[in-house]
Design a protein around this ligand. Structure first.
Ligand SMILES: [Zn+2]
Length: 434
């Protein structure tokens, strides 16, 4: 089911013509409108007019999450403030979030991308789509919402949470498609299994799941529990949000990236050298339609490969394989990006606390949990239970404020958190996702 057949099945030559024009325009916009990228291009000795072919993209300097942090909040914006009509945000590597600005054209492009993704799942304007992603600064809720509205679907914006009511509405309204994180989908499935939910009117047939890594094993479980085809969607705040790439229901293997909006590259994570299609490496994305906050050669730190074979659905846009992991230490917990460095920033300077910590991630009843162990300083340990509990709450509040996520904090005795030689290890991920 194509949303935009002409563009989704466009021949490579015409597509590349569009890509080159849009890439050149984006580079001019970045060079003229953002100081940090202007300086970086100057330092690399490259001018906008040097981009004559698509291969010349390799001449351009990379961007990283750090650029968005260093230029917080809005110095990465490449459009005047009066043209920015929406702000979203996600976690950065330390205390400050990554802020993304969208012009009206950006929002139109985004909903077009999401509408194509819904089409990949066989969804049409006749369907009822329940958006169970969180709404707010997180891109999931509003991103999918706008795309489904553009398609003409009946949108039910339940947001995440309140599973009982969520499932009641799903049944009573005859929801055909649900969009949420895969872990929440599993939770809903288990709720149905364990609570005898009324499924007398249950036309749910497809689920679009993303914003965190998941596995084929989770797919099988979700499909069985919810009675749906489960499909993978990809995106990140820095490139727009969900909708950058999507698995089609026909192939259910690999995610088509909308190449008239985004240019994918796979590079060697160590050297940054481009790798040929088919080889595993780090995904780098250039947005070629964005105005508010374009990203040029953005290092996603996601490991994947481009599937060179054509897809049986007939779409000509390249597919990336399901993500294989990360090249950095970012964790995705309940859809929220978490970096150990954020925890470090949060606890630094709290009296009585040592800069020693460990993040322990687990999945309990299909919900991600995060326990943070923090060491106390030996000479400041109080023997008052109340004082220790106060200290624990101070640490918990400081961390939660930075992460935007509920955590369990355990205060540890001095010298109990494992030390390691060289690069210290700050995370234990027990979820075995990948
Ligand atoms: Zn396909």
């Amino acid at each position: 089911m194509y949303w935009n057949k002409e563009m989704e099945t466009i021949d490579r030559e015409s597509l590349e013509k569009i890509q080159l024009e849009r890439l050149q325009k984006t580079v001019v916009r970045m060079y003229n409108n953002t100081k940090f990228y202007h300086d970086r291009m100057d330092a690399a000795g490259v001018k906008p007019e040097d981009i004559k072919t698509l291969k010349d993209i390799a001449k351009l300097p990379f961007m990283d999450k750090r650029d968005l942090r260093d230029n917080y909040p809005t110095d990465t914006f490449a459009a005047p403030r009066e043209e920015i009509v929406r702000i979203h945000a996600s976690s950065g590597t330390t205390g400050k979030p990554i802020v993304a600005g969208y012009t009206r054209n950006d929002l139109d492009m985004w909903s077009e991308a999401v509408a194509r993704c819904l089409g990949c799942a066989g969804i049409t304007a006749k369907d009822t789509v329940q958006v169970s992603y969180g709404y707010g600064l997180f891109t999931g809720g509003l991103g999918v919402h706008d795309g489904a509205t553009k398609m003409g679907c009946t949108v039910v914006p339940t947001s995440a949470g309140n599973t009982k009511r969520q499932l009641m509405l799903m049944n009573d309204l005859g929801t055909n498609a649900v969009c949420c994180t895969p872990s929440y989908a599993l939770m809903m499935g288990e709720y149905i299994r364990d609570n005898g939910v009324d499924k007398s009117n249950w036309p749910l047939r497809v689920g679009i799941f993303g914003a965190e890594p998941w596995t084929e094993g989770m797919r099988t479980e979700i499909e069985a529990l919810l009675g749906v085809k489960a499909l993978d969607i990809y995106g990140l705040t820095e490139t727009v949000g969900p909708g950058v790439a999507m698995e089609c229901i026909e192939g259910q293997h690999g995610l088509h990236m909308w190449e008239d909006f985004f240019i994918p590259e796979i590079v060697d994570p160590e050297t940054g050298d481009p790798l040929p299609d088919g080889e595993l490496g780090e995904l780098v994305i250039t947005t070629i339609c964005k105005e508010g906050m374009p990203t040029v050669r953005f290092r996603t730190h996601d490991l994947t490969r481009i599937i060179p074979e054509p897809c049986k659905c007939g779409r000509t846009h390249k597919r990336i394989e399901r993500l294989k992991g990360r090249t950095d230490d970012m964790l995705i917990i309940r859809g929220v990006n978490v970096f150990p460095s954020q925890v470090e920033a949060a606890i630094t300077g709290i009296p009585g606390i040592a800069p020693r910590y460990m993040l322990i991630v687990d999945r309990v009843n299909n919900l991600d949990t995060l326990e943070i162990q923090v060491e106390m300083l030996p000479d400041l340990i109080s023997d008052s239970v109340r004082e220790i509990e106060n200290l624990r709450m101070t640490v918990k509040n400081a961390i939660e404020q930075i992460l935007g996520l509920g955590v369990t904090v355990t205060l540890m005795n001095p010298n109990t958190i494992e030390r390691s030689e060289g690069k210290s290890k700050h995370t234990i991920d027990k979820r075995k996702l990948l």
